[in-house]
Design a protein around this ligand. Structure first.
Ligand code: HXC
Length: 521
């Protein structure tokens, strides 16, 4: 090699080494001191070893306002490119807080848009690790335009490729809307926060005193707002969640999720399920036990674990096949459907449907929550979201009614008329307009009250309840109409679901052509 070429290569190596340092060692140390990894460390932990292909390492901003021409760093505050996770292609970007606080410039936005475009074109997930002070203030409207470009791509990619956002530091102002448009947000406890306006602005506008953590920390978004789908104890855990989540998903809507080898016998029976339903209908049991018993190796990746806990949603496998599980949780608020539970499950059902992931629904629901708080909050339109989500879903849908399945909630929870493909019920199922107590009160309340002898009154009430229970509070009435395909022994549930999903693997169903739907947002 000539000396000239050697020098050029040495220059490249030097330039790379400089770019690797982002905003410099001092700022890297400051990042570590906060208990945070750098953008490159995060990508190294996320991607398969030596799989990262970086783009635009040498891209720099073009801003000349406020002396910015003197402050330029290669990469401009984001590290972007592609790599593999468990051998599967993904596109990634990680904002680099050591360069201008990871703030978004016009050129940083161009880098992010490039990987978004490639993810779409090549049918691979797009993962963004956010750690940014928001719009680069010195660039004014050009930074805002950059956000606009990113949001537009988030919207077009929705339902085409999975989009996952890791919130690994600040994410404030309008910047929150990119993660909000993506499919899943993972937040890190104590080091990440998301809010539209920070504590100082809140104080000046509303007078409210609030810390960053109280306003938009991981705990708040994982338990109160539902903005965070996962809350991790630290960055390593957050990265593991992203990898695990991807293992359940197809790379795009053009594919099915990976089918894994399954070492858990399909025909494994669990006698404890035959006894899990208490005799007393008002007594709770833990739906996690049912889920853990029937899915492959008891493995369940729960989404929104700490928000709207009266409904459970998450990913699992049956005989190696990825499914979305939706289950009422009788041990929280009796498993009632309220506003948050409806929103949580609706978004999950729509995600699964968009990405060809079959749905398994476990039903034990006393109905929708009533009262002014729910009505004023719009339980009607929010409940309709879940109804809509199930009704439009064309993926295989297997439903098991375990116990209560009452009224509108019965319909919403993937009933036959919402194109449930296979609807099973346990012998303990009650499929009716409402429970016996409420029904007898409405139908015979006056008659019962007219009976003055308390003993006779109680006997009459019991007689009417028995009559109602005999007719409706069982699965056989619904089965006699074909609304339930079969009544199954609880201990065989795993086998029956596995077999149903096998049968439905080739399902093809289409909705009418339209520009787009108008679901009750
Ligand atoms: C330019 C920024 C910046 C920004 C931080 N920096 N935010 N530079 N534009 N938005 C720079 C700082 O000047 C500093 O540069 C470095 O990043 C680190 O910032 P520090 O303040 O020293 O760090 P820290 O104390 O950890 O505080 C982090 C922070 C704070 C809480 C994020 O920097 C902050 O409040 N930034 C502004 C947040 C904000 O209001 N953004 C605009 C939101 S509105 P040096 O050179 O010293 O390292 C918005 C609109 C988007 O984003 C609309 C989209 C539709």
């Amino acid at each position: 090699m000539t000396t000239q070429q050697t020098e050029k290569i040495a220059q490249l190596v030097e330039k790379r080494e400089k770019a690797f340092l982002g905003g410099g060692q001092k700022r890297i140390d400051a990042q570590h001191a906060k208990g945070k990894m750098t953008a490159r460390e995060r990508l190294a932990a996320l991607l398969d070893e030596r799989s990262f292909e970086e783009y635009d390492m040498f891209k720099q901003h073009r801003c000349t306002n406020f002396g910015m021409e003197k402050s330029k760093f290669d990469g401009d505050g984001v590290v972007s490119g592609c790599g593999t996770i468990d051998g599967r292609l993904v596109y990634v970007f990680a904002q680099d807080f050591t360069v201008s606080g990871g703030s978004l410039s016009e050129t940083q936005a161009q880098k992010i848009c490039k990987v978004q475009d490639l993810a779409m074109r090549n049918g691979a997930p797009c993962i963004g690790l956010n750690d940014s002070g928001g719009a680069r203030i010195q660039e004014g409207v050009c930074a805002l335009a950059g956000y606009g470009e990113i949001f537009q791509r988030n919207i077009l990619a929705s339902g085409v490729v999975p989009q996952i956002s890791g919130i690994f530091g600040p994410c404030a102002g309008g910047a929150v809307y990119s993660p909000a448009l993506t499919d899943f947000n993972i937040m890190i406890q104590d080091t990440s926060y998301m809010f539209l306006t920070g504590p100082a602005v809140v104080k000046s506008v509303t007078g409210e005193n609030v810390t960053q953590e109280e306003l938009g920390g991981a705990r708040v978004h994982a338990t109160k707002s539902g903005v965070a789908h996962f809350s991790a104890a630290n960055e390593d855990e957050g990265i593991e969640i992203i990898k695990k989540l991807l293992s359940y998903l197809p790379s795009s809507n053009r594919e099915d999720a990976p089918l894994l080898d399954c070492n858990d016998p399909v025909g494994r029976i669990d006698d404890s399920l035959n006894e899990i339903i208490p005799d007393n209908p008002n007594k709770a049991y833990d739906m996690y036990k049912v889920i853990g018993s029937i899915v492959d190796n008891g493995e369940f990746l729960e989404v929104h674990k700490s928000w709207a806990r009266n409904i459970i949603v998450g990913f699992a496998r049956f005989n190696g096949r990825s499914v979305g599980v939706v289950a009422n949780q009788p041990s929280i608020l009796a498993g009632v459907l309220d506003i948050n539970a409806s929103r949580k499950a609706a978004r999950f059902v729509r995600f699964c449907d968009a990405f060809n992931i079959p749905l398994v629904t476990l039903v034990d629901v006393p109905g929708f929550l009533c009262g002014t708080q729910q009505e004023y909050g719009g339980i009607i339109s929010n409940g309709a979201k879940l109804l809509y989500a199930y009704g439009e879903a064309t993926v295989p849908k297997v439903t098991v009614s375990l116990r209560k399945s009452y009224g509108g909630a019965h319909i919403v929870m993937s009933c036959k008329q919402l194109r449930g493909d296979v609807n099973y019920a346990w012998p303990s199922a009650n499929i009716a307009v409402m429970g016996a107590d409420g029904a007898v009160e409405i139908l015979y309340g006056k008659e019962i009250k007219a009976e003055t002898d308390p003993e006779k009154q109680a006997a009459l009430k019991q007689e009417k309840k028995d009559e109602y229970n005999d007719l409706f509070c069982n699965p056989y009435n619904a089965a006699s109409y074909g609304y339930i395909d079969d009544v199954i022994e609880p201990r065989n549930t795993r086998f029956r679901i596995c077999r149903a999903l096998e049968q439905l693997a080739g399902k093809k169903q289409e909705n009418p052509q339209k520009k787009h739907d108008n679901l009750p947002l």
